[in-house]
Design a protein around this ligand. Sequence first.
Ligand SMILES: CCc1ccncc1CNCCCCSC[C@H]1O[C@@H](n2ccc3c(N)ncnc32)[C@H](O)[C@@H]1O
Length: 730
Amino acid sequence: ALKLKPDYPEAKENFYRVANWLVERWHFLMLNDRRRNHKYQQAIQKAVEGGCNTVLDIGTGTGILGMCAKKAGASEVSACELSKTMYELACEVVTANGMNGRIKILHMKSLEMEVPKDIPKRVSLVVTETVDAGLFGEGIIESLIHAWNHLLLPPQSTQDPSRPPSQTGRVIPAGATVFGMAVQCLEIRRHHRLCVSEVGGLATAAAGELHSPVSCSSEDDSTEPYTTERLSRLPGGYTPLTEPFNALDIDFNNVQELEGLCSREVSRVRLPVTGEGLLDALAVWFQLHLDQESSLSTGPKEDTCWEQAIYPVQTPHNFPLRPGDELIVEISCRDAYLRLCSVAVARDGREFCLDDCLDPDKPRNDPGPSGNPNPSLNAEAELCSALACLGTEQSSGPRDYTMLECAEMALLNNQPYHDSFRRALAKLITNLKDACSVQGPSQGEGLEVMPLTDPPSGPMDPGPDPFYVLDVSEGFSVLSLMAASQGQVKAYSSVEKTQHQAVLRRLARANGVPEEALEFWLNQVEDEQAVLQRPSREKLWSAIILDCVETCGLVRQKLMEKATLARCLLEDGGQIFPERIVVYGMLVESDTLLLESAVQGQEPTLGFNIAPFINQFTVPVHVFLDLSTLQCRHLSDSVELFILDLMNTNANYTNRDVKVQASASGRVTAVPFWYQIHLNEEISVSTFNQDSHWKQAAVVLHQPLAVRKGDWVRLAVTLQKSSISISASI
Ligand SMILES: CCc1ccncc1CNCCCCSC[C@H]1O[C@@H](n2ccc3c(N)ncnc32)[C@H](O)[C@@H]1O
C-alpha cells in the first residue's frame, strides 16, 4: 500500500501517518549526517583492514554499515534488522548497490540469532548503532551481552594477546561516555509540572499533584524514564545549573562490565551548583567511542542533529538553586534504562530532600508486618487497575498524583488561552441571558413563550433554565468547568479518565461550582452523533466546544463533519467554539527541514545509492515543529492561507490560490503554517506563540523554488479532510 502513494485525501492523510510511523524521522537525519557516516566508515575500514574479516551489523536499518564493511573487504558480512519495513528496504538497497548475495540480511532481532543456524560461525566484528538519546533505549546492552555470548569470537585478552584480530571479537562502537547537566528550562517545566496557581479564573491548588508520564521512579508502565528534546532548539533556551558531569562510562568490549551494569548499585554524585535558578530537569547525552581514535557526540553544544535525553523534575518545589549549593543526583541502570534522579540539595551543610525519586509506591510511613503498608488498598488498586484497563489508575500509593500528558500539562499552564476562552464563554452566556430576559427562554424548537406572570408559588422556583454547554475536547480540559463557573450553566465534559474526572470534581468543589453543574458525557462511543446528542430531550446546547487542532499542528480529522453536526444541536443564539479558524503560513528556506524529511542525494551516504529507497517514506507535511526556534530564513511575511468557517461549513472551499511576495532572495524549501482560532468576533488565540501547547507544522515542497526578492509566489493550497498540501510556483 505504501508504494501505491494514493492521492485521494483520506488515504493520503493516512499514508502520511503510516509512513511517519513505519520509518522514524531519525533515519533521514542519520543518513544525512555525513560526518557520522564517515566516522563509522573509517572505524569499520580500520577494523577490517586490521584483520576483522567476518562482520555482523546489528540493527542495519538501510544497510549502510554492512555495506561499509563489505566495501572495506570483509569476507563475510551479515546484517539483522527487526523492523520488517527496514528489512525489506535494506534488501533493496544492498541489491541496488551491487552487493546482493554478498551481504546476508536477516529479518530478525539479534537476540534470536544463533551460530550456525543464522550465521556460519562467530564473527570478529559487530557493528551497531542501536542507540537512542538515552543511549540504552534501543536495547544495545542486552544485544551486546547476547552477541558476546553467542555471536562474537572471544575478545582480545591479556592471557593470549597473540591471537590474530581475525580470531578475536570486537564491537564498533567500542564504548560510550555519558554526560549529565542540571538545567533550568521553562519550556520543559511547563510540559511536565503545573506552573500556574490560577487558570481561566479557577484556582488550581485543589487539582493535587499533577505529573507528566516521564518519571524515573514510578514502576507504573505508563511512564517512561526520560523524554527527548533538542536543547539547542528549545523555545526560550535553558540555563545550565551545573557543569556537565560524567555520569557513566561503559566499555562495549567488556562483557563482564555489560552484564554487571544492570546489577550495579545506584551511584550518587554531588554536583557543585554553578548557576542560579529553579531545577527543572537533568539533561543527558553521550559520546559514542567508535574506536580508540574517533567518537561521535550527541551533546547540546555540538551541531549534531541528535536530541538529548531529558529527566524532568516532577515534584513541585520552589527551591531555587544557587552557586555554593550541591545537587545530589542518583544514577542507576534499572531494567536496562539509564535513570538519573535529583534527590537532594545540600546547602550550608544541610540536605533538603527533593523526594523526586522516592518511589511513590514505597511506603513513607514504616511498612506493616507484611512489608506492605496497606495490603488491601494496594491489592485493590492492582485489581481495579487490571479491571479498569484504563491504564491510568495510579496505584494509590501514599503520595497521590494524577498523570497528564505533556501536551495536556502545557495546555493547563496556558493562561492566555484559558482567559480568552473564559471571556468568550462569559460573553456568550451574557448574550443568552439578555436574550432570555427579552423574549423568555427559548425551549428548543417549541416557540411557546414563558408566561410573564410570577412563577407558580409551588416548590422553590428552580430559577431560569440553565444553559447547557458541552466540551468535547480530547484529553484533559477544564473548559467545561470554566463554563459551569459562569453560573446558570450546566456543563458537560467529555473527559474520560476517572482520575481526570476526579481532578475536575476537586477543582469544582474548590472553586464553588455546585456538584450538579458539571456532568461527564460518555464519548467512548465512536460516532459523533452519540457524542453530540442533545443534553436532554427538550433542550438544545447553548455552546459546544470543539477541539480543532492536534498538538502536532494538524487540523483534527473529521473536524468539519463534527462542526456541521454540532451546529444542528445548538439552540437559537447558541454557538460552537471556535467559530472560525484562519490558517497562516510563510515562505522559508530551511535546510534543517530538508534534512529531516529526505536523504539529500548520494553524497551524504558515502556514495551509496540509498536516497531513492528511504525517500519513498518521505512525507511532505512535517509536524511537531517548534517554528520559533527552527533554523530557517524567512523569505516572506506571514500570509493568510485558508479560512475554515465552522459556523457555516458550506462556505468552505477545498482549494485556494494565494499570492505571496518574496521579501528576500533564496530557495523556498518549506511553508510552515499555524492557526488563529477565532472564538468569536473579537476574541481569538494563536497556535504559534510561546504559551501555546500546540507545535507547528510545515509543508516541505517537493522541489525547492528559487525566488528573488520581490517575486510573487503563487501557492496552490488544498485542505481536504484535514490534510493540507501546498505547491508553489512563480
Ligand atoms: C549518534 C546516534 C544517535 C544518537 C541519539 N539518537 C539517535 C541516534 C541515531 N541512531 C538511531 C538508531 C536508533 C534505532 S536502532 C537502528 C535500527 O536497528 C533496529 N534494531 C534495534 C535493535 C535491534 C536488534 N537487537 N536486532 C535487530 N535490529 C535492531 C531498529 O529497528 C532500527 O531500524
